[in-house]
Design a protein around this ligand. Structure first.
Ligand code: BES
Ligand code: ZN
Ligand code: ZN
Length: 505
């Protein structure tokens, strides 16, 4: 699929379905966007007569000359935002593909209403590329479906002054969308294929592509070095655990740049939960919907996607991706309820429920992160079912004591629409994680505040770090089709963390 940015008038891309946006509930021709459409009286009349209202993501495909016009609703004018634009592009691209048409022309919508030209261009291309995602690696695609694919997405820029910004935004969107789709592929991939070793090989491939440093610590070494959290979880599986450290450093600044400039480079450590399948272990899960537990490595997938995109975009920050990849299996060698393990930090944990394994592997990741002296640490994990209950699939659970980091992550959530919602990390929640015979227990005995108490457990291993925890259990997978997120793996977190770094300053 090609993405082309072109200066042209609306309707001048021959062979392409021309997309037009329409604001809801207004009758005047100016409700159609871009504004130049109003000059085409015949078209305005056609749309007016079609009874099209303009509700968000409502569509109507109308014949015009030898081609087509696709009108997509933007919702009410008071609700216009970059997110509406992203959704419009996703909706449009999918409708065009479903009709068997090959080319789509998206207008760079008026920047005054939605944001700067580069941001609007980025949203349009992201929306289209993310919306068109399909996972076709493991099935025979029937011929009629194989032919239903878009070959060109054209971003139509009316004003020459916007061209450079539009090109920049579109190019960035291509890189970011590729990283999100990469994460989606890993998450959708079943656990017999996407094993811990597979994840390690993906990290190695990213390192090779962008000349990054990649270290993979083997299961035998993890045992020897005292990574008790990961080892405890991994010991029941025949697939050896892999501890993955993928590091991106920006190219040195050109000569003449100050020392101060170099020292100002921030280090971000991103820790990802990489449970390639979570059966629950000996505390085994019910069989209903257990197949979904292949997505318990969505945090790890996001971390890999972030590093991949950051390296391609040459972001001026250092990033260390830290991933604990393992299965959580019941077997003769699996850890058992009541076992006490010694984590990398030296703290001991009474494992009262082997299904609360994410926090065990993340404990070692967070402790390991300390050696990089990071300026920011964020972990991403499909950590608790309680988070699904509390926030559903619209908000990521955010827990941190770091006010400034919270507000920056919140801002990134607004920008990308990977929205976060903060839960408290008050110290009163801490004692529930204390054990009588070890330093900590891995579950409470009440079941109260499951998402928060899991975070309190993690906090024990993040001492001294400027740390935030993101629980993506509810947001990493979706059962409903959304305009640019088809049912299934979301790839959540990739755009969020890239935006966080990009706007750091
Ligand atoms: N991977 C699960 C959490 C999860 C549940 C993710 C549903 C996505 C959807 C995690 O390892 C887990 O099993 N957590 C337990 C913790 C409990 C035993 C304290 C849970 O949430 O039930
Ligand atoms: Zn579990
Ligand atoms: Zn899990």
């Amino acid at each position: 699929m090609r993405v082309v940015v072109k200066r042209a008038g609306i309707g001048q891309v021959s062979g392409a379905v021309q997309v037009i946006g329409a604001i809801e509930g207004e009758q005047r021709p100016e409700r159609l966007l871009p504004a130049s459409v109003a000059r085409d009286r015949a078209l305005v009349g056609l749309i007016q007569r079609s009874g099209f209202r303009g509700a968000s993501n409502e569509t109507t495909l109308l014949p015009k000359g030898t081609g087509w016009v696709l009108v997509v609703g933007l919702g009410k004018s008071k609700d216009l935002s970059v997110e509406r634009v992203r959704q419009l592009a996703g909706t449009a691209a999918r409708v065009v593909r479903a009709r068997g048409l090959k080319q789509v022309a998206l207008p760079l919508l008026s920047d005054r209403m939605f944001g700067a030209a580069d941001a609007v261009a980025q949203a349009l291309i992201e929306g289209a590329l993310l919306g068109l995602y399909r996972y076709d690696h493991l099935r025979t695609v029937p011929a009629h479906e194989r032919n239903r694919r878009i070959d060109t997405i054209t971003l139509v820029v009316e004003r020459a002054a916007d061209l450079a910004a539009a090109r920049k935004g579109a190019a960035k969107a291509e890189v970011i969308a590729e990283a999100v789709l990469f994460a989606r592929d890993l998450i959708t991939g079943p656990s017999n294929i996407v094993t811990p070793t597979y994840l390690a090989n993906q990290a190695r491939a990213i390192a090779k592509e962008h000349r990054l440093k990649c270290q993979v610590i083997s299961f035998a070494t993890l045992k020897r070095l005292g990574f008790g959290g990961i080892v405890g979880v991994a010991q029941g599986s025949v697939h050896p655990a892999q501890f993955i450290v993928l590091e991106y450093r920006p190219a040195p600044r050109p000569a003449g740049s100050s020392r101060r400039g170099r020292r100002a480079t921030k280090t971000f450590a991103f820790c990802g939960k990489g449970i390639t399948f979570d059966t629950g272990g000996i505390s085994i899960k019910p069989s209903a919907k257990m197949e979904l537990m292949k997505y318990d490595m969505a945090g790890a997938a996001a971390v890999l996607g972030v590093v991949k995109a950051a390296a391609a975009l040459k972001l001026p920050v250092r990033i260390v991706g830290i991933i604990a990849a393992t299965e959580n299996m019941p077997s003769g060698s699996a850890q058992k309820p009541g076992d006490v393990i010694t984590t990398l930090s030296g703290k001991t944990v009474e494992v009262l429920n082997t299904d609360a394994e994410g926090r065990l592997v993340l404990a070692d990741c967070l402790h390991y992160a300390k050696r990089f002296k990071p300026d920011v640490v964020v972990d991403l994990a499909t950590l608790t079912g309680a988070c699904v209950v509390a926030l559903g699939s619209e908000a990521i659970g955010l827990m941190t004591k770091h006010e400034q980091l919270a507000s920056r992550i919140n801002q990134a959530g607004q920008t990308t629409y990977e929205r976060v919602w903060r839960l408290p990390l008050w110290d009163e929640y801490g004692p529930a994680m204390k054990s009588d015979i070890a330093d900590l227990r891995n579950v409470t005995n009440t079941g109260e505040a499951g998402t928060i108490t899991a975070a309190k457990f993690l906090e024990e291993f993040a001492e001294g770090l400027p740390w935030a925890h993101l629980d993506i259990a509810g947001t990493a997978w979706t059962d409903k089709d959304k305009p640019y997120i088809p049912k299934g793996a979301v790839g959540v977190g990739v755009r969020l963390l890239l935006s966080l770094m990009e706007n750091w300053k």
